[in-house]
Design a protein around this ligand. Sequence first.
Ligand code: GSH
Length: 208
Amino acid sequence: MLDLYTWNTPNGQKGRIAVEESGLPYNLHAVNLTAAENVRESYRAISGSRRIPTLVDSEGPSGKPITLIESGIILAYLAKKSGNGMYPTDPGEQLEVDQWAMHGQATFGPGLTPLGHLETRIPGDNAGAKAFFRGRAERLYDTLNLRLVNRPFVAINRYTVADVAHFTWVNRHADQKIDLGKYPNVKRWYEVILARPAVQRGLAVVGG
Ligand SMILES: N[C@@H](CCC(=O)N[C@@H](CS)C(=O)NCC(=O)O)C(=O)O
């Protein structure tokens, strides 16, 4: 059995989309970040990172239980475990997916996070910081838009974990005050992924 610990944030939603796309049964556990439940002793016993998402699989490799942190690892693990096609078997395709999944995890998401916080949560004018991080965010959206010229999906010609690694951040474009109309390839790709039933279920509010 799978147990997913998560919350309503871009990384948390990646974990939820991962399990929904796998089609495997799972128990959902809300970890309320607003109430700092992630730093409680009870959660620390489950997740070494004290962040969400965390996946516990009672039947991991060789049938042994395993606990996984990091949404990118959870996405790839569940794609491989379920064989849902979101992680390719071809070595060349794997490298394409790995590098673009890493781009989503390490470059795109962390690059957009400060702007989302500045526009929605951090009090004050912060004009200098907003201008700085808006410039970074626009460059990231531009990079994704260029990558999606004549290409249906981010890594290879079908939907993979690399798409999800970017999607949940683009899904926050309203918070970031980013006009998707300026990035037509991103908009087209975003709407295709948003329409997936498993993605809709993955975005449903947790603990609400
Ligand atoms: N690289 C990690 C980042 C996980 C992460 O930072 N999660 C945030 C929510 S999006 C969190 O748990 N924050 C709680 C905190 O920082 O206290 C991943 O992709 O899973």
